[in-house]
Write a protein that binds this ligand. Structure first.
Ligand code: GDP
Length: 460
């Protein structure tokens, strides 16, 4: 581009979308809760806005929380949008135009526990999708002799710790830096990082005391502003682009979509195209809904109807014919374009999700496109061939397909986060095809590998 400012007239900057990943119990949920909670208690300014599936923290609030680390005048990005569901399952489910939906990720690692299987899995996914990330080295408050320091940057707080506490924590942090290096990432304490594109910043935090959270927000904001500004330029006048988080039955509305919009604007009444289990769905937006603060659960009044939503935001879409929509699938507003063109776009995006199948192998079923792809990648790494891979619950047809495999070790269905339809259970009960199901990918692959090992041992 010849111009230094590549944004056009109708362009505006949207909030970067942030996802939280890490091993179970390392503190992902606590960290998100703490960020939301501290934002609310800062009160005044913009506080936060609860969206469907996401929380928006405006720049004013970020800056109040981060103190001297974020001066509003240095930024023109409007804040940060945190996806509420942590974990790499939702991360890999949430895609946009073939990449990751999240612009940036926080990898949470318990300083006492270090790298664990899901930390490794998360890193592999971040690497594959090329998503920039920072590391939240969590639970620093559990360091023996830790003396909590509120209200100042963590670097200062570290200086005030006893020698013993400091050297204990340093030991854990250096171990973490070593583990990142084994994974091919150069990293350092965030205040020593000059270029966040080259080095991963490690931020010591406590989701319990809130220490380090100002620093975490400061790094997220600074990194986005410095390296991602161009990607945050959206055409607000243009048609909305989003990704389905979840397909949900809602009383009074039928099947609805929870969507994260990452580009353009969507209006009530717009014609949209959504990726469906069989074919793209063309429908008209009946209502755009946002959660109503303090609303009673279980009534239609839980939601406020809004006329339009602009990116980046989470929103619930009520519209006819959404039953077959798929989590992880694209949503496109048709706008001035020809509807067939938009259908082709949606089809192309779905086809982009690559799963290589072979003449011989196992059958894989998963709940979303993203998880199907993640499963396929994990199986490829384990050198397990795939005969068929599809989104959806396990049906009799899947059992029939699995039974056509030549090798006994391939007469198998691997199901990730899916149910078994009752007539398929009857087929499975005949015993020719074996089912493995789990909601943790590495466990599912491990279970299958153990089965193959046992089978081979039995043959010897
Ligand atoms: P998740 O599975 O990664 O979402 O982890 P959770 O947020 O559910 O946290 C797991 C456990 O660790 C809970 O009992 C939390 O209270 C605790 N925990 C999380 N963060 C911290 C922290 O910074 N310090 C301490 N002491 N405990 C924490």
């Amino acid at each position: 581009m010849s111009d230094t400012d590549s944004t056009s007239q109708s362009d505006t900057l949207r909030t970067p979308i942030v996802a939280v990943l890490g091993h179970v119990d390392h503190g992902k949920t606590s960290l998100l809760d703490k960020i939301r909670g501290s934002a609310v208690s800062e009160g005044e300014a913009g506080a936060i806005t609860q969206h469907i599936g996401a929380t928006a923290v405006p720049l004013d609030t970020v800056s109040q929380m981060a103190g001297s680390l974020v001066k509003p005048e240095d930024f023109d990005l409007p804040g940060l949008l945190f996806i509420d569901t942590p974990g790499h399952h939702s991360f890999s489910t949430l895609r946009s135009r073939g990449g990751a939906l999240a612009d940036i990720a926080i990898l949470v690692v318990d300083v006492n526990d270090g790298f664990q299987p899901q930390t490794e899995e998360a890193i592999d996914i971040l690497k594959r999708t090329g998503t920039p990330f920072i590391v939240a080295a969590n639970k620093v408050d559990t360091t023996p002799g830790w003396n909590p320091q509120q209200g100042e940057p963590i670097q200062k707080s570290l200086e005030k710790q006893s020698k013993r506490a400091k050297s204990k924590l340093d030991e854990s942090l250096y171990q973490l830096i070593g583990e990142l290096s084994d994974k091919g990432f150069s990293s350092d304490f965030y205040w020593r990082v000059q270029n966040f594109q080259k080095n991963i910043g490690v931020v010591p935090v406590s989701a319990l005391t809130g220490e380090g959270i100002p620093d975490l927000l400061g790094v997220l904001m600074g990194l986005s502003q410095r390296y991602m500004k161009d990607e945050m330029a959206i055409d607000v006048a243009g048609p909305g682009y989003g990704t389905v988080l979840e397909v949900k039955e809602e009383r009074g509305f039928g099947a609805t979509l929870d969507v994260v919009l990452y580009d353009g604007t969507i209006h009530a009444g717009d014609t949209i195209v959504v990726g469906g289990a069989n074919e793209p769905i063309v429908t008209e937006v009946r209502a755009l809904l946002q959660p109503r603060p303090n609303a009673e659960i279980r009534t239609e009044k839980r939601f406020d109807k809004v006329d339009e939503v602009r990116a980046a935001a989470g929103v619930k879409i009520a519209a006819p014919d959404l039953e077959d929509a798929m989590a992880g699938a694209p949503v496109r507003v048709v706008g001035d374009r020809d509807v067939d063109e938009v259908i082709r776009e949606v089809e192309a995006e779905l086809a982009d999700i690559e799963v290589t199948t072979e003449e011989e192998g196992v059958v894989v079923k998963a709940d979303t496109l993203g998880s199907l792809e993640a499963m396929a990648n994990a199986l490829q790494e384990a050198e397990v061939p795939i005969l068929r891979a599809e989104v959806g619950d396990i049906a009799p047809r899947d059992v029939a397909v699995a039974s056509t495999a030549r090798e006994p070790e391939h007469k198998v269905i691997l199901g990730f986060n899916v149910d078994v339809l009752s007539n398929a259970q009857d087929e499975l009960d005949k015993g020719e095809v074996k089912l493995f199901d789990d909601d943790v990918i590495y466990q599912l692959v491990e279970e299958y590998e153990e089965f193959v090992d046992e089978m081979k041992r039995a043959q010897q």
